[in-house]
Design a protein. Structure first.
Length: 317
């Protein structure tokens, strides 16, 4: 069985046999451990706050540019198509990062590489399977949403395709792994790179007088770019190769008690919250029209930016 290298140096024979020496060693060790914990928290918090703050400013910039380029009506249609895709992704996709963090920490503590490899392989497989199933849900759902939102054939096809792309690119396993190994720097770098690429894509679409499809293509491509970058970083951070297949998944379920129950509970609580926020935009579009939905989207973005610091603190701590 492969094991992670121990970060704790072995005790000297004197400290191990002498209670006084052992107690003194422990008393000296505790303050340094506390300092290390607070140093890690401060470093992670700095990376996340800086990265999220930067991404919030850039996101407001590219949304404002997109609204300016498309005008109220077309930006509203863009908003509704994007909200539909995100709603399907949030409803179907599991929050696999939570399972990777909770159970992965146990395997790292016990230095069991093989169990960690099977766990991450399991959550990654769940991401892919739910993405494929979600694509079917998106295809059926667009038949219901299109008449309510007044979509023609073109927005219907784009909404269905965008939902499928978002489902394939919103799996949260790599996010969980990078957080598990305290690589908030890599996580922040991936998000910042995707935000810069999206801003550049919006500027290019604006300069070429692109339509709704052009801006949605930018969103889909940069979302895939971020997911790909996170997976590259994850595979570099992991100290072993992932394990897939039926036997590995069966073993993961036996090695991680109540894994399915935990994933279902976290998915239900978090996904419904995200789903209802997107459903509100869709409801506004169905009742008041695309232009009003676009305005609501911009207002929601500002509100989310204000509330983000509290969410960041809870995620890091």
């Amino acid at each position: 069985m492969d094991r992670l290298p121990s970060p704790i140096p072995p005790q000297s024979p004197i400290a191990a046999n002498d209670p006084k020496e052992s107690g003194a060693h422990a008393s000296l060790k505790q303050p340094s451990q506390h300092r290390a914990v607070f140093k890690r928290l401060g470093r992670n918090l700095g990376w996340v706050l800086g990265g999220r703050g930067f991404q919030a400013l850039v996101s407001l910039a590219y949304l404002a540019l997109a609204a300016r380029a498309m005008g109220p009506e077309r930006f509203g249609v863009f908003t509704l198509v994007l909200a539909y895709g995100q709603a399907i992704a949030n409803l179907v996709q599991f929050q696999s990062s939570q399972a990777a963090i909770r159970y992965g920490a146990i395997h790292i503590e016990s230095r069991q590489n093989d169990r960690l490899a099977r766990l991450i392989g399991f959550t990654a497989t769940v991401d892919v399977v739910t993405a494929v199933l979600g694509a079917g849900v998106a295809a059926l759902g667009v038949r219901i949403a299109a008449p309510l939102l007044g979509w023609t054939l073109a927005p219907r096809a784009i909404a269905q395709l965008l939902a499928s792309v978002l489902l394939l690119s919103t799996g949260s396993t790599p996010t969980g792994v990078l957080r598990l190994f305290n690589r908030f720097d890599l996580l922040t770098g991936c998000g910042a790179a995707a935000s810069i690429a999206r801003l550049a894509g919006v500027i290019a679409a604006w300069s070429m007088h692109g339509g709704i499809a052009a801006f949605l293509t930018v969103w889909a491509a940069t979302t895939l770019l971020e997911q790909a970058a996170q997976w590259v970083a994850t595979l570099r951070v992991l100290p072993m190769r992932l394990q897939f297949g039926r036997l590995a998944m069966t073993a993961a379920l036996s090695e991680n008690p109540r894994l399915w129950r935990f994933m279902l509970q976290t998915n239900f609580s978090s996904s419904l919250t995200l789903f209802w926020s997107q459903l509100g935009v869709l409801a506004v579009g169905a009742v008041a029209g695309p232009a009003t939905a676009g305005a609501v989207r911009l207002a929601a973005k500002l509100t989310k930016a204000i509330a983000k610091p509290v969410q960041i603190l809870s995620g890091v701590l």
